[in-house]
Design a protein around this ligand. Structure first.
Ligand SMILES: [Zn+2]
Length: 262
């Protein structure tokens, strides 16, 4: 599906993959696909729903990042330099402040962008699906096989009812993403119920007013059938280096990098 200029629902459409069962993964020590390629010269072109990625950068597994097992084989962990660095920084910060868990990433983009089955966007290296940090029945960090859905009360749904939404780590992640001075976040799709939960946690942890305001603005439950109660969908604005070939659409928050498109 392609969004029209008037369809916010489609514009916002993120991952349509809604696998709901989370299993412990036996190992997350394997290397990612492809060879290491560090490049500051990546470029995003077009819109996230019709664009491409040039000289994409691979997000590697590390001490604080793992691939969500279900998505590992497809290898769609490529993004712009700015997106990949943002995820590295955010996962690192969470692991430093609240040690013991890795960020479980879902799909980003293909190496050269373009369509990925199950996604309306993710075509230009500026989108990333992120599993929530979650805890098992004994309060220990849990590394899921697949995304797990959570209710507003923090309890896992269905077969994942033994899992808990990890308020502290998920808030830390959001706080770092929205406050980053390099990559600028346009959206983090998540259900309204979990958004309320995250903001409550932020206030409880005495987050600054500006971080809370940004989180309030970018945490959005998309209209349509996918409420995003089993993962975050992150989108960054076009990095200045990728413009004007890279295209953004409103909303343009005050932290939009550079001059806003007309
Ligand atoms: Zn997505």
């Amino acid at each position: 599906m392609r969004p029209t200029s008037t369809s916010l629902a489609l514009l916002l459409a993120g991952s349509l993959l809604t696998a709901s069962v989370a299993f412990a993964t036996p190992s997350d020590g394997t290397r990612g696909p492809g060879a290491r390629r560090l490049s500051h010269r990546s470029r995003s072109t077009g819109f996230p729903w019709d664009g491409r990625l040039r000289r994409g950068v691979l997000l590697h597994e590390s001490a604080h990042v793992r691939y969500t097992t279900e998505y590992r084989a497809a290898g769609n962990f490529w993004g712009t330099w700015e997106l990949v660095q943002l995820l590295e920084r955010a996962a690192y910060r969470v692991s430093r402040r609240l040690p013991g868990a890795k960020l479980s990433v879902g799909e980003l983009s293909r190496e050269r962008g373009g369509r990925i089955p199950g996604h309306a966007s993710h075509r230009s290296g500026r989108d990333a699906d992120l599993a929530f940090y979650m805890l098992d029945g004994r309060g220990r960090p849990f590394a899921p096989f697949a995304f797990a859905a959570f209710r507003g009360n923090g309890q896992g749904r269905g077969v994942n009812s033994g899992l808990r939404f990890d308020d502290a780590r998920n808030w830390e992640l959001v706080a770092k993403l929205v406050a980053d001075g390099d990559a600028r976040v346009q959206y983090i799709f998540v259900s309204n119920a979990l958004k309320r939960r995250l903001l409550r946690e932020g206030r409880r942890r005495h987050a600054s007013a500006s971080v809370l305001r940004r989180a309030e603005a970018v945490l959005i439950q998309p209209s349509g059938h996918n409420r995003h109660e089993n993962h975050f969908h992150l989108r960054i604005y076009c990095p200045p280096a990728s413009r004007p070939a890279c295209r953004d659409r409103a909303p343009f928050h005050p932290w939009y990098p550079g001059r806003r498109p007309r």
